[in-house]
Ligand binder design. Structure first.
Ligand code: HEC
Length: 113
C-alpha cells in the first residue's frame, strides 16, 4: 500500500469510529429514558423529576458494585423487589446514562418526561 492509500484508509477508519461512537452514546440515553418511563415513573413521577432526585456523583455511586447503592435506597420499600430484579439489572447501564445526563446538577432537561 502506498502512502496516499494509507492516509485515505486512516481517514476512513477515523470517520467510521466517530460516526459509530456518537450515536451510540445518545441512543443509550434514549434507551435509559424509555426504561425510566416504563420502570420508574409509576413510583417516582416523570423523568425530569426522577433524574433530579440525585446529583451526577450520587447516580454514579449508586450504580457501582452491582448497583449496591440503588438497592440500598430501595431496601425495605415497595421498590425492593424491582431493585433486585432482572429487569432493572438488564437496563441499569442505560438507566445510569439517562439519570446521569439529567441529574440535578447536570443543567440538562429531557425533552419529554
Ligand atoms: C415499585 C416502586 C418503585 C420503583 C419501580 C422504583 N422505585 Fe425508587 N424508590 C421507591 C421507594 C418506595 C423509595 C423510598 C422512599 C422514597 O425515597 O421515595 C425509593 C427510593 C429511591 C431513591 C432514593 C430517594 C431519596 O430520597 O434518597 C431514588 C434515587 C430512586 N428510588 C430512584 C429510582 C429509579 C431511578 C428507579 C428506576 C430505575 C426506581 N427508583 C424504581 C419505589 C420505587
Amino acid at each position: 500500500m502506498n502512502l496516499a492509500q494509507t492516509s485515505i484508509k486512516s481517514v476512513l477508519v477515523a470517520l467510521l469510529l466517530s460516526s459509530a461512537f456518537v450515536p451510540t452514546l445518545s441512543a443509550d440515553i434514549k434507551k435509559g429514558q424509555k426504561a425510566y418511563l416504563k420502570q420508574c415513573k409509576k413510583c417516582h413521577g416523570n423523568g425530569t423529576k426522577g433524574a433530579a432526585m440525585k446529583t451526577q456523583e450520587e447516580w454514579t455511586a449508586a450504580f457501582v458494585d452491582d448497583n449496591a447503592g440503588f438497592k440500598a435506597w430501595h431496601k425495605d420499600t415497595k421498590g425492593e423487589k424491582y431493585a433486585n430484579g432482572k429487569k432493572f439489572k438488564k437496563y441499569s447501564e442505560h438507566l445510569k446514562d439517562f439519570l446521569y445526563e439529567y441529574a440535578s446538577d447536570s443543567g440538562n432537561v429531557p425533552s419529554c418526561g
